[in-house]
Design a protein around this ligand. Structure first.
Ligand code: PA5
Length: 433
């Protein structure tokens, strides 16, 4: 990998190379099962070769549509939930960070249909105000309640503002290529449509139109993103266990799970990584948490959460492992100035950049957590750029497929997600429930 690396140095006191060797055969077998398509869920492994064989014609249409959205609108509402939105948000917040303060640079991106809050929907409508806006509604099934409800609201707003035909030119639907309510509606109303491939599930879909259209509309380089995915694919499919970071990460996770660990925390030291952690939680949680199995994927934003969750991580039950997302950022440095009177006691840092303080916090915390009994490793991202992110996305997806097969589950279904829907539909009075 060119821009992503796995620093496992601090794991050695919890799992020696010899102990990891005991996982090697399982990891290699799981990789073969995934790549050869011989495991359960093998009809959902289209993402494995996607960076190589993606639909070039659709890719060009995505770029054209993104350009049109930027020309015709000041705001884009991205409607989707779970795998139909987290990848795009993870990418946009990483590549065009707003840190919750203002916009993504040129085009404001708002997310809707990822919960059912009235106040939140009202807030997004208010933020759009009188400005021109477009909508990208994303739903593979086309029937998920949260995005479907939000889409009704924004469709009506668009039609009021631009008329039916004008609205249709501002609605972009990403859904199944042939089936489902959204596809039917899109065809009837004349929306431009993009495809969620049959063989790619929601949480593995960030490098399809699901992620690519909003990411491109936000002004990010999707060619570089796919190139990163492709570079990761080439390496992870061919590298031997000893140097294959996806196989090793998957092997460690399962080693620790077999040895009593129950929770993996993904920790970041930059708020722009928050949604990458959210995306990762869905990927690993939905892929592995089934049949009574799986590490619980949690995340913390540091150093913020050291002042809330730090105590538990350092001193609570020892069922945790921690994986840190390290970021080598090129933000313009902020230097700490010398004060004539050292009232706050910070003069010992005079002349040092803020990033040095953050790095020391990360290294010190890893040491403390490790000494406190939490196996600690780091996934380093060398630069805030689309290529690095493409590598990271593919790395986590590939490792997840392998890890799920080592665990002995089908990493590509999510039967448990249906349970709440059935109960909710019954309460809502949906026909047939
Ligand atoms: O990963 C998954 O499959 C889910 O998180 C789905 O993406 C999510 O439930 C949304 O489904 P849909 O795209 O059908 O609206």
């Amino acid at each position: 990998m060119k821009k992503i690396s796995f620093d496992e140095t601090m794991l050695s006191s919890f799992c020696s190379e010899k102990e990891l060797e005991t996982m090697k055969n399982d990891a290699l077998a799981a990789k073969d099962t995934l790549v050869n398509g011989t495991g359960e869920g093998n009809d959902y492994i289209g993402w494995v070769n996607l960076p190589e064989n993606y639909d070039r014609e659709e890719f060009a249409r995505i770029k054209a549509a993104a350009g049109r959205i930027r020309e015709q609108s000041q705001a884009l509402v991205v409607i989707g939930i779970g795998g139909s939105y987290l990848g795009a948000r993870a990418a946009i917040e990483f590549l065009k960070p707003s840190f919750g303060y203002e916009n993504a640079g040129g085009l404001d991106i708002y997310y809707a249909g990822n919960q059912l809050s009235t106040a939140c929907l009202r807030h997004v409508i208010k933020l759009i105000g009188d400005r021109d806006f477009s909508v990208n509604v994303i739903s593979k099934s086309g029937t998920t309640t949260e995005p479907a409800v939000a889409f009704r609201v924004f469709k009506e707003l668009l039609e009021k503002k631009y008329g039916k035909e004008g609205a249709a030119r501002r609605i972009y639907a990403t859904t199944d290529k042939a089936r489902g309510a959204l596809k039917k509606l899109a065809d009837a109303e004349g929306y431009e449509t993009f495809v969620v491939p049959d063989d790619v599930g929601g949480r593995y879909s960030v490098l399809t139109a699901v992620g690519l259209l909003p990411i491109a509309a936000a002004g990010c380089d999707i060619d570089a993103l796919m190139a990163g995915g492709q570079a990761a694919r080439e390496e992870l499919l061919s590298a031997p266990f000893e140097t294959n970071m996806a196989l090793r990460y998957a092997a460690y996770r399962n080693y620790f799970y077999r040895n009593g660990k129950a929770v993996e925390i993904l920790a970041d030291y930059d708020p722009s990584l928050h949604y990458i952690c959210e995306w990762w939680k869905q990927l690993y949680g939905e892929s592995e948490g089934k049949d009574g199995n799986g590490l619980f994927p949690a995340s913390v934003d540091l150093t913020t959460d050291l002042h809330s969750m730090g105590q538990y991580i350092q001193d609570g039950p020892r069922f945790l492992i921690e994986t840190v997302l390290g970021l080598n950022d090129d933000a313009e440095p902020i230097l700490i100035k010398e004060e004539p009177e050292d009232l706050d006691g910070l003069n010992y840092l005079a002349g040092k950049p803020l990033s040095f303080v953050n790095d020391c916090a990360a290294k010190g915390t890893a040491l403390a957590h490790s000494q406190g009994g939490v196996p600690n490793s780091v996934i380093n991202i060398d630069g805030r750029d689309a290529f690095a992110l493409g590598e990271l996305f593919y790395f986590f997806e590939f490792a997840c497929g392998v890890s799920g097969y080592i665990l002995g589950v089908n990493p590509f279904n999510q039967p448990g997600v249906e349970s709440y829907k059935k109960k909710m539909f019954k309460l809502l009075g949906k026909p047939g429930y």
